[in-house]
Design a protein around this ligand. Structure first.
Ligand code: IPM
Ligand code: MN
Length: 344
């Protein structure tokens, strides 16, 4: 039985990198994925006033997974509209509470640090915290204007993301870094620290470290090799994973998975990079982050052997120096090299 995948290529470079990833999937395992493509994007918004149809979530519910390219075209649609109309509602509706982002250098990629030996798995809480969307504005446009944005941390939400982090750590080097700012934020972050301590009793083999977000940002630059699994709230995880992308050579290499570990609904896989309107017409978008996200999707779908073959082809490609330097190769050249490596 093929896996049924909803494709949302989206805007800008989301389209060519999604094409590249699907070409690789078709070559690696013909017929394994049955895809249905949805044109939901800022263009759809301009034509219909919505990023996706009213029943968009219900439509997606029937799929085994969602693959998303990138969303956003800020010159025509404000990001606060496009993202709250598509990406963020999907993460919330399907309770994709674990956002997983691997940060390591692929062979042949020279990062900005003088180190190569790091392998970090960032796990970002993806449904609540600072991005809960609770808040409001009063006295808008006047000198008395007030804007309030409330971060929400529930026991259920904090426990499940930390438990997921501990479980991931058990499959890796058994080290977990819990990220807070509990010296300054004395309610939510002290609570997070407490839950980390409670759960660590269930996972005695995992060595737990507590870091403040500012300190771990510095550590990711100065001593990234000391980190294994890093668990952080929505905002902190968002920022740290762009830093993670930077140390792995750039956003062109940063893959991600938005997972519902309970598997009640579809999980979503997407490169971390955005739609990059500035380079979208040049044909030089790096498809590596999208192809790596495909690997994460296949792993999630239980297709570990195919996932491993594609990851090996990706590594063989970068080891030859293809796709390792921004702008050096076109999207098509990099994709062709991965397809060739799959044959070899
Ligand atoms: C990401 C992105 C999104 C996020 C934006 C586009 C809303 O930056 O996936 O990291 O912050 O979640
Ligand atoms: Mn981000």
């Amino acid at each position: 039985m093929p896996h049924r995948i909803a494709l949302i290529p989206g805007d800008g470079i989301g389209v060519p990198v999604t094409d590249a990833a699907m070409a690789v999937a078709a070559k690696a395992a013909p017929g394994l994925l049955e895809t249905v493509s949805f044109p939901w994007s800022c263009q759809t918004y301009l034509e219909t006033g919505r990023m996706m149809p009213e029943d968009g979530i219900e439509t997606l519910r029937g799929f085994d997974a969602i693959f998303l390219g990138a969303v956003g075209w800020p010159a025509k649609v404000p990001d606060s509209v496009s993202l709250h109309g598509l990406l963020l509602p999907i993460r919330k509706a399907f309770v994709q509470y674990a956002n997983i982002r691997p940060h390591r250098l692929l062979p042949g990629v020279v990062g900005p640090l003088r180190k190569e030996d790091f392998d970090i798995l960032c796990i970002r809480e993806n449904t609540e915290g600072e991005y809960s969307g609770a808040g409001g504005r009063v006295h808008q446009g006047t000198a008395d204007e007030v804007a309030v944005e409330t971060a929400i941390f529930t026991r259920a939400g904090v426990e499940r993301i930390l438990r997921f982090g501990f479980e991931q750590a058990m499959t890796r080097r058994r080290k977990l870094a819990s990220v807070t700012k509990s010296n300054a934020q004395k309610y939510s972050m002290v609570f997070w620290d407490e839950v980390t301590r409670e759960l660590s009793a269930e996972f005695p083999e995992v060595e737990v470290s507590h870091y403040h977000v500012d300190a771990i940002a510095a550590r990711m630059v100065m001593a990234p090799e000391t980190l294994d699994v890093v668990v952080a709230s929505n905002l902190f995880g968002d920022i740290l994973t762009d830093l993670g992308a930077a140390i792995q050579g750039g956003l062109g290499f940063a893959a991600s998975a938005n997972i519902d570990p309970t598997r009640k609904g579809p999980s979503m896989f997407e490169p971390v990079h955005g739609s990059a309107p500035d380079i979208a017409h040049l044909g030089v978008a790096n498809p590596i982050a999208a192809i790596w996200s495909l690997v994460m999707m296949l792993d999630h779908l239980g297709e570990a052997a195919t996932a491993a073959r594609i990851m090996a082809a990706l590594e063989a490609t970068t080891a030859q120096g293809i796709g390792t330097v921004p702008g050096k190769n076109t999207t098509d050249e990099i994709t062709a090299a991965v397809l060739a490596a799959l044959e070899a």
